[in-house]
Design a protein around this ligand. Sequence first.
Ligand code: 13P
Ligand code: SF4
Length: 361
Amino acid sequence: MADGSSHFAFTKAVETATASVWNKVSAQVTPLEWRLQAPLIAEINRLKREKNAVILAHNYMTPEIFHGVGDFVGDSLGLAREAARSDARVIVQAGVHFMAETSKVLCPDKTVLIPDLQAGCSLAASITAADVRLIKQRYPGLPVVTYVNTTAAVKAETDICCTSANAVQVVEWAAREFGVDRVILLPDEFLARNVARQTDIGIIAWQGRCEVHERFTVADIAEMRESWPDAQILAHPECPPEVLEACDFAGSTAAMSDYVTTRKPRQVVLITECSMADNVACDAPDTQFVRPCNLCPHMKRITLENIHDALAYGRHEVTIDADIAERARLAVQRMIDMPPPATPARYDLVKARHHVDIELI
Ligand code: 13P
Ligand code: SF4
């Protein structure tokens, strides 16, 4: 299995054990693929029971992972909350490295595994703990909010974390708590610009970018509108602000998923990573998905094969220096302790169309 080849057969028992998953994913997965995937799904689910493990799967995982082996699925805020409340001995993070670090920070006594150590993130790579220390020297007294898409070492330097699902709420909390009218929000420039349009709090930002969402343009949206005039266009707030301005809805990956499954639009365009539409489509058979997506190469490093190897051989274990983990935990726990929104937070598109200046470091 370590070489990625499957030695499990598609037996009758496997077919029966995975029938409910096949019912769900059969519109997104070919029968040929399924004969290779189903034995691995059955074996991974057996290993989870044997090892007392859970798999936390992000919305950008491919459907056979998301629907086949994920015990908890969702956006980065939802997965962090699940990690915090899990009583399993082992957590396998089907997502990228910063998500696994967040789980480890919240669950220091559990074994946290990431199936591929190279599953990074352009935002997490854009800033270091030393950068944050310098920023704090430059802006003494201002709270530092960091996006969860950062390393544990960066989180350790900050006051509170946020995700795209609660960034506005967290920025306003930080301003209130520190008695200030400006907040430092790191490291995603576009998220910061999008948040700035939703609040009266001034935003100081860093020039990090998500390599997936920065590629979407207003011209892409205009093309979509022309080709699919009835489609609802939904975007992730890591996209440039001009893209959000042109869309019908903006929110975290969970908010987008919730929008489609509850409102059931006839046609939809998800301006985000490719697997998102595949996963939501499994739960929204009456919606037609137009798919102008960009792939996240980091998320796509996670496969059924390396999830199997993670469980079978205990690799790759995520470890964090105890002092860094302790300080990062304060920032993550503060976020977790905030009351969860009744429905996933959405960006107000009327406000999103008002241009607001931010200070770029
Ligand atoms: P969510 O918090 O919306 O799941 O986004 C995480 C991410 O990496 C998006 O690119
Ligand atoms: Fe990072 Fe963007 Fe990939 Fe999300 S989609 S993990 S923000 S590079």
